[in-house]
Design a binder for this molecule. Sequence first.
Ligand SMILES: [Zn+2]
Length: 344
Amino acid sequence: MRATVMYGAGDIRIENVPDPTVIEPSDAVVRVTRACICGSDLWPYKTLEHSETGRVMGHEAIGVVEVVGADVRTLKQGDLVVMPFAFSDGTCMFCRDGLHTACVHGGFFGTGVVDGAQAEAVRVPQADGTLFVLPVGEDDALMPSLLTLSDVMGTGHHAAVAAKVGPGKTVAVVGDGAVGLCGVIAAKRLGAEQIILLGRHADRIALAREFGATDIVSARGNEAVERVRELTDGYGVHSVLECVGLEQSELTSIEIARPGGAVGRVGVPQDETMPASRPAFYNNISVSGGPAPVRAYIDELLPDVLEGRIDPGRVFDRVIGLEEVPEGYRAMNDREAIKVMVKP
Ligand SMILES: [Zn+2]
């Protein structure tokens, strides 16, 4: 089959690789009907050390179950499924607590351990626990929004949950990528009264406003902090959704939280240490978040997608075939595209 292989920073090739097969009896093989490129794929795109073997990329997909292993009980050939970015058994103590990204039998697609989904097909470990059967057809008009349940919508929602967003709260979303934009949707959905987006790209800001952002701050650093304070009677916000992962965005997130506020982090941190330890301490700010257990959130978010209450699929502004994936990475990295969908 054809698949996206990253050999190092900036070196992405579409190549023939062996077809995925059932290895463990709990596996399924899924034919990919939709995949996409993630903002987090851009970190290895910029920094991955060169290797001879390469890494099959991609962790977000919808597809059709082709083969199931002998132990798979809840799936059958022909099921249309959404694949969260992490696989999980659905039964261990962490999965039962709703933290599927800490599953004792879990792991992440496209990180070199298990091959990714920017490909014609993908092997899915722990298929019963991982895959969620969708009640629609393969070419349903809701496909873009359903695809966001594999990562960005669930991740934006996780940021909002970790940041304790609730009715009447003031919220800031740091970052205007697809996750930040989904964070705006999530904050509005959970009842936030004021939603301030910190972002600088005109197309993304326009979409954020349509999703429910009430204010936009395009400044950075201290100026951004001052601006958010001005918008909140000088206090800062109750809830901050940190959707970037850089030192500056983490620092800003803590500085714009009001005393007793909360920061929900979903941007993959690019540094070992977290800034602003002292302001976080003296202002009693909760800092939470991490890899989103998107599998746990599908039950809650899917009805809102199916019934049209939220439309996170609007973050996709480009659709490409598998052979064009290297160009898709470039377009996202150069901020020409917000998020790129792939139809293998
Ligand atoms: Zn588990």
